[in-house]
Every structure is written in structure tokens, then in C-alpha cells.
Write a protein that binds this ligand. Structure first.
Ligand SMILES: C[S@@+](CC[C@H](N)C(=O)[O-])C[C@H]1O[C@@H](n2cnc3c(N)ncnc32)[C@H](O)[C@@H]1O
Length: 395
């Protein structure tokens, strides 16, 4: 499938070693092929004419080619089905230790051999996110392959900056079957509402599953502060784990409304206080009030959307962590997270350490968590490792 194009030997070697992205700067010098954006191409090494990989191509993007397969097989419905099946089997194996959930990331783009495609599974519904033009042109085959699985419906929620970069418009649509705009999923004893249409991403932060479980296992009698709460998944996990009371802070009115709706539905409305506020302001307010919590969850949005934004983002992370630490009671916990891939692990540790040393308090680290196995990442594409969480205990 696809026209053959030649790449220089050094680039061919890196692709063979597992590099899945070809950046413009790596290929431009040797002359980019004149092909329409979104074309699927076979890459050959220039000197030896040996086949290297099958990729899709967009000369308008900074990542001009993304590798999809390392053999010359075709890309048809069978191919998509095969990749979806592999990804499904992996989740079935890993999530066997999670018999209590019916929601997970089914396809995590590059790390499942499908660059630019995310599929989240919500109790029988698949919600996909197509991020690149090369993937966008394959929508029909993707849907046909997904329909071979026992699904109730397939929806698409493809929005955001990544698509703009690829020259694509947002698309929010039901692709097959009937998909209610708000879905219900379960994790342990908690039922969550997922608004895939209006919510963030495909509707839910599946990558926090393990941390939610930790909270629900330990929260008995706790007072909890859930910062950047979105629809309050940590708040509900804490309440169902026996927490006395939770304060959930979030700027998005829509997210808070869904949070309130969930709490009403589960009849725990009187134990969660929903606060619409900027987290920086509200933290200052709580510090001024000398408030104390047994657990503070700090899960800010990606504060470093680009490398250029990193210095400011690190200042912001430091300040948020510093203020959050001031609110943890002695012996209490801080679960602090980052979902910016520009914040590398050692940098995150340093920022949290700097926050702690700026206070007359000491913390120890009890766990350092990364994204769960349904969000695998590739060593050869460090950008796919985007999530970290530190669980600290105050002395
Ligand atoms: C990573 S998400 C949190 C996900 C949530 N903890 C969960 O597990 O469902 C970050 C959240 O921070 C919110 N947010 C962004 N800027 C904020 C601000 N300045 N103050 C409070 N919340 C903010 C976003 O609306 C988003 O819901």
C-alpha cells in the first residue's frame, strides 16, 4: 500500500531501531517528497533500496511521517481489526486484575502501533479520537473494523490543537449505533458519569484509575481536598472509601455541574462541597484560613503545552505544590500529579522537592506512579510518557 519514497540511510537506521516519528528537520535536508498531505507511503532506504516501514505522510506537520507497520502488508479492515484485537487482548490480560471496571483505554496511539488514534472503551461504547490527517482518511475502515467487536455504539470526539496542526477541523459525531451523550461507567463500587460530548478528552481521566483506587482504599474518615477536580472522580472515590468530607475545586462550571449531578445520583451530595474557583486563588484562601486536610489531591492541567512554556510551567507547579503542602496535616498525604510530557521525571521530582524545601515541613515519598498499562508508552517516543504522580506523606 502507498507510493514508495526514499529516506537517507541515517534516518532509515533510526526507524529500524524503533523511531516512529520522522521530524521535518530529519528529512528536509534530503528533500521531502512532493505528495499530498495524508498520503500513505512505503519508506525505502535510499542507498540499498531496502524496504523499511509503512508510514503516513503530512508535509505540513512538524512530524512529517509516522510509522505504522514494519512490513509490506496492506492497510485494510483486516489490518485494523488485527491491531484492535491485539490491543483488546492486552487490556483483557492487564485488566484481569481490575474485574471491577468496565472502562479503559483500548487503543493508545503510537504505543499500540496506531499513531494518531485513541480509542477509549466505556461499558460497550467506543469513543475515538483521531489526531492526524493520515489517520483521518482511514475513518471508514477503522469504524468497520471496530464494528466486529461486540459494541453498543461508536462515537468520535476529535478536537484540539493537535488536529489544527494537521489542518483538520474538530469533529464530534456518532459514527455508528446510538451513543447517549452521557455514559455511565463503573470502577469498584463507584459509578461515574462520562460526558463524552462536552467533557474533556473523550470524557474521563482513565489514566488516574490506579490513584483513584488508592484513594478509595485509604480514605476512611478523611477530610479531602480535590484540586483541579474536573467532574470529581477523586472526590467520589474518597467518599465511597469512607471519607467524611471533600472539597472539590475546579474552574469549569460544566465539569462541576456533572460532578454535582453524580453526587446527587449516588446520594452523597451532602458530603462534597463543589467550589468553582481558580486553584491558585483558592489555595491562597485556604492557606489564609489555616485549613488542614488528611489528603490533598493536586491534578492540574498540562501546564507546559510546549517546551518554550516550561520555565513558567515549572514555577507554577512549584507554587501549586508549595501551597498544597501547607494544607496537609501532619501525617497526612499529598497526591501530586503532572500530565505534561515536557516535564521529565527528574524535573518533576526536583520541582516537588524545591516546593517542600521552601517550607518548614518535611515530606517523604511513598510511591512514584506513572501511567497505567492501558496507557502504554514507547521508549523510542519519549513524548508518549506524559503522566507522573508522587504520593507524599508529611512528617
Ligand atoms: C488533569 S484534569 C483533572 C482531572 C481530575 N482530577 C480527574 O481525575 O477526573 C485538570 C483539571 O483542571 C481544571 N483547571 C484548569 N485550570 C484550572 C485552574 N486555574 N483552577 C482550577 N482548575 C483548573 C481543568 O478544567 C481540568 O478539569
Amino acid at each position: 500500500m502507498g507510493l514508495g519514497v526514499q529516506v537517507p540511510r541515517s534516518l532509515a537506521r533510526r526507524i529500524r531501531q524503533g523511531q516512529r516519528w520522522v521530524r521535518r528537520s530529519e528529512w528536509e535536508g534530503a528533500g521531502l517528497p512532493v505528495l499530498p498531505a495524508g498520503s500513505w507511503v512505503q519508506l525505502f532506504e535510499k542507498e540499498s533500496r531496502e524496504f523499511i516501514a509503512l508510514a503516513y505522510y503530512n508535509p505540513h506537520s512538524q512530524i512529517v511521517a509516522r510509522v505504522v507497520r514494519y512490513d509490506q502488508g496492506s492497510v485494510d479492515v483486516e489490518f485494523w481489526y488485527g491491531r484492535f484485537r491485539q490491543a483488546w487482548d492486552l487490556r483483557a490480560r492487564w485488566l484481569a486484575e481490575w474485574p471491577d471496571t468496565n472502562a479503559w483505554r483500548w487503543v493508545n496511539a503510537e504505543a499500540d502501533g496506531l499513531p494518531g488514534l485513541i480509542v477509549d472503551y466505556y461499558d460497550g461504547y467506543a469513543v475515538l479520537q483521531i489526531l492526524t490527517l493520515g489517520m483521518d482518511v482511514q475513518r471508514d475502515a477503522i469504524v468497520e473494523a471496530l464494528r466486529r467487536f461486540p459494541l453498543k455504539g461508536i462515537a468520535e470526539k476529535s478536537v484540539g490543537r493537535a488536529r489544527q496542526v494537521e489542518g483538520l477541523r474538530d469533529r464530534v459525531d456518532v459514527l455508528w449505533g446510538h451513543v447517549p451523550s452521557v455514559l455511565t461507567i463503573r470502577e469498584g463500587s463507584v459509578e461515574y458519569l462520562v460526558d463524552w460530548v462536552e467533557g474533556h478528552k473523550t470524557g474521563f481521566y482513565l489514566d488516574q484509575r490506579e490513584n483513584r483506587l488508592w484513594v478509595s482504599r485509604h480514605a476512611r474518615d478523611w477530610q479531602v481536598l480535590d484540586l483541579c477536580a474536573y467532574t470529581g472522580s477523586f472526590s467520589l472515590a474518597a467518599i465511597f472509601g469512607g471519607a467524611q468530607r471533600v472539597v472539590a475545586v475546579e474552574t469549569s462550571r460544566k465539569a462541576l455541574k456533572l460532578g454535582e449531578q453524580q453526587a446527587e445520583r449516588l446520594d452523597v451530595w451532602d458530603r462534597i462541597e463543589w467550589v468553582q474557583a481558580d486553584v491558585f486563588d483558592y489555595l491562597r484562601h485556604l492557606v489564609h484560613q489555616r485549613a488542614r486536610f488528611d489528603l490533598v489531591v493536586l491534578d492540574p492541567p498540562p501546564l507546559a503545552p510546549s517546551r518554550r512554556a516550561l520555565p513558567n510551567a515549572l514555577r507554577a507547579y512549584r507554587e501549586l505544590n508549595r501551597q498544597a503542602m501547607r494544607l496537609v496535616r501532619s501525617g497526612g498525604w499529598l497526591l501530586t500529579c503532572t500530565c505534561s510530557h515536557h516535564v521529565r521525571p527528574e524535573v518533576f521530582i526536583r520541582v516537588v522537592y524545591q516546593a517542600a524545601t521552601s517550607l518548614p515541613r518535611r515530606f517523604r515519598v511513598l510511591a512514584w506512579r506513572h501511567q497505567p498499562a492501558d496507557h502504554p508508552f514507547l521508549l523510542s517516543v519519549p513524548e508518549t510518557a506524559y503522566f507522573q504522580a508522587l504520593l507524599l506523606q508529611a512528617e
